[in-house]
Write a protein that binds this ligand. Structure first.
Ligand code: PLP
Length: 391
């Protein structure tokens, strides 16, 4: 079948490919520890599940308004106003099936052929994929372990120019676990003040998973509120262990929200009606589970980082947020792709090569903490044994 040329420009997320490979190995009788996939292994808290079931029984089985039900948009506006300290109105909120569509819609709405989009490298592979698909040109700014995976002010300044249409930020970050401090964001804002046409897409999907200090958003910088030129992407997948429910949201200037709503009408129509009711219960109900999951992720992070650092050739910085460890493995003598492949096929540990996240991901592997402490410990042992065997 002849495909449209644009399909050549569409990338993918390596996590799904590695998961499929790992599942195939398991089907052939092998035991695999899954540290490749980026989703909490916890169950969605019970009161949220109950709200979703009740919503179905009560007839929330129809289309909803494309941008989301008004009560949920209102609740999200309140939560974002409170957590970011900036006033946000419900009319700025678009509810989407997961956080991902916010990325896609923002890029489709803003990026023209040849426009430049500045993004961190390594970062979530879907950013560059969607930018290229839309005809834009990704301009990477390297994130380095020796700089705590923070954006370097000078390198960021060098990447931005008259053709920059969009700047993507992600903190806490996938895959590095890096967190941007208030001063990093102030420096980004300072640079962008010279480029009033550049819009910021701030991917804050891990905002509730910061392990030390407070979460900082660029929306607190003067001129960068979601009423001006920042789109916040956040959602329920990571915070409430709701990846399969598919619900997220974007908060943006009202005019853009109208266009994003139009993109939604043209694609998903709306987000699942019962899921929206479950999300309302998530925001309005007890938040204990959010803190409990964060503390479990912190314990796993500590355990995994220590374990990885005990392996020959591995150097792992302590992740400051999200739930990934991103050790440098250059000391093992393997490339990241080779080591990830061999760990899966020879040690039964599924993880991701850093190269799936950008050119500066070479020399790193990504391990997700979304597995039990026992599994993390066992994974480290298996990797150690593999490295011993391989000499
Ligand atoms: N942004 C980042 C940085 C992510 O890592 C992910 C998921 O892995 C998403 C967005 C998408 O989240 P969702 O499942 O809500 O679409």
């Amino acid at each position: 079948m002849r495909l449209a040329g644009r399909m050549d420009r569409l990338g993918t997320e390596s996590a799904f490919g590695v998961l499929a490979k790992a599942k195939a190995l398991e089907a052939s009788g092998r035991d695999v520890i899954h540290l490749e996939i980026g989703e909490p292994d916890f169950e969605t808290p019970e009161h949220i599940i109950e709200a979703g079931c009740q919503a179905l029984r009560e007839g929330h089985t129809h289309y909803t308004p494309a941008a989301g039900v008004p009560e949920l948009r209102e609740a999200i506006a309140e939560e974002v106003s409170r957590s970011r300290g900036v006033p946000v109105g419900a009319e700025q909120v678009v509810v989407t099936p997961g956080g991902k569509p916010v990325m896609f819609f923002a890029i489709l709405a803003l990026v023209e052929r040849g426009d430049e989009v500045v993004l961190p490298d390594p970062s979530f592979p879907i950013y560059a994929s969607m930018v290229r698909f839309a005809g834009g040109v990704p301009v990477p700014v390297p994130l380095r372990q020796e700089n705590d995976f923070r954006l370097d002010g000078e390198e960021f300044r060098a990447a931005v120019g008259e053709r920059t249409r969009l700047v993507i930020l992600n903190s806490p970050a996938n895959p590095t676990g890096g967190v941007l401090a208030r001063e990093d964001l102030a420096a980004v804002a300072e640079t962008l003040r010279e480029f009033p046409e550049a819009v910021v897409l701030s991917d804050e999907i891990y905002s509730k998973l910061v392990f030390s200090g407070d979460f900082a958003s660029i929306t607190a910088e003067e001129g960068f509120s979601p009423s001006e030129r920042t789109i916040i992407l956040d959602g329920f997948s990571k915070t409430y262990a709701m990846t399969g429910w598919r619900i997220g949201y974007g908060v943006m200037p009202v005019e853009l929200a109208g266009h994003v709503e139009r993109l939604q009408v043209n694609s998903n129509s709306c987000t699942n009606a019962a899921t929206q009711q479950a999300a309302l219960a998530a925001l309005g109900g007890p938040q204990d589970a959010v803190g409990e999951m964060r503390e479990e992720f912190r314990a796993r992070r500590d355990l995994l980082t220590e374990g990885l650092n005990s392996l020959p050739g591995f150097e792992c910085a302590l992740p400051k947020g999200a739930f990934y460890a991103f050790p440098r493995i250059t000391g093992t003598g393997y490339t990241a792709d080779d080591l990830a492949d061999r760990l899966l096929s020879e040690a039964g540990v599924a993880c991701l090569s850093g190269t799936g996240f950008g050119e500066y991901g070479e020399g790193h592997l990504r391990f997700s903490c979304a597995n039990s402490r026992e599994a993390l410990g066992e994974a480290v042992e298996r990797i150690g044994a593999f490295l011993d065997r391989a000499g």
